[in-house]
Design a protein. Structure first.
Length: 280
């Protein structure tokens, strides 16, 4: 039997392997995998998944973090597994000598559930990561009936040293109130929504009047050269999106060389060139 045919037989056997149900930390069935299959799947996915979106400073000279994108669209049954993978990637970078903070998006209804908060707390504590490396990305504000439970869940996780970011920030009074009350460390503004000339300055004015002093601005979804200009008008501290760099695997994140980032980014949009005398 040739090596090619042996590989085909192995893959076919794995594909046809019957799944067994297991339960997550909340006591509910969530993956439909045996513990052995779960371990094999996690080992493979952690090495191969292309889901870590790099974040840079606005000059493109330094890698400042990452967003674990698979969590943005995760179902309830996938949430804890993907959260565990995100933590594992941050640990992998940390143990490899790179201090790369990771933003792990979480749906607000999970933060209003004491069972989910208990499970997330256990995962964070077991990771033994330093304070400042793990950030929860809140995807939306809660409905009125979940507001108290959501704030309680967020405060429990903050006491573990987790940072808080609000994703999809639009500048509404309710969002600004949450940012101020919870003293969030970051707000993320989608640059696709700021392509009208007056919007970045108007949004900046709203943010400056209400945000907490240590809250930083993240310009997300940069896909056009104009988005980079708007991020500058917004006085963003960090930028990410297709214009900067597409999502990578966790191993590829380690290969990012800060000294080459700006060179790669600014090939897409010109910057002032010095004349022969060295003056701009």
């Amino acid at each position: 039997m040739s090596p090619k045919s042996r590989l085909y037989t192995l893959v076919k056997a794995w594909k046809n392997k019957p799944f067994q149900e297991v339960r997550d930390a909340c006591g509910e069935p969530w993956l439909g995998l045996s513990s052995q299959a779960l371990e094999e799947h996690q080992s493979w996915s952690k090495r191969q998944a292309i889901g870590h979106e790099p974040i840079f400073n606005c000059k493109g000279t330094k890698l400042t973090g990452s967003v674990f994108r698979p969590l943005i669209t995760a179902s309830d049954t996938q949430l804890l597994r993907l959260f565990m993978e995100g933590l594992d990637s941050i640990t992998y970078w940390y143990r490899s000598g790179r201090f790369i903070p990771g933003i792990l998006p979480i749906p607000i209804h999970a933060l209003a559930s004491s069972e989910y908060v208990d499970a997330l707390s256990d995962l964070i504590l077991n990771s033994r990561l330093p304070v400042g490396l793990v950030t929860l990305g809140i995807q939306s504000l809660p409905q009125a009936q979940l507001e108290d439970a959501s704030q309680e869940g967020l405060l429990r996780l903050r006491r573990l040293g987790v940072l808080l970011h609000l994703l999809q920030f639009s500048g509404s009074a309710e969002q600004l109130q949450w940012v101020e009350e919870l003293q969030m460390e970051g707000i993320h503004v989608d640059m696709a929504q700021c392509r009208q000339p007056e919007l970045p300055l108007e949004l900046l004015s709203q943010i400056q009047h209400s945000k907490h002093a240590r809250t930083q601005i993240y310009a997300s979804n940069l896909t056009l050269v104009k988005d980079l200009s708007n991020a500058s008008l917004l006085q963003a501290d960090h930028c990410y999106g297709g214009l900067m760099m597409p999502p990578l695997s966790r191993h590829q994140m380690l290969q990012i060389n800060d000294s080459r980032i700006a060179k790669a980014i600014f090939t897409f949009h010109p910057h002032p060139q010095p004349n022969q005398n060295g003056d701009k």
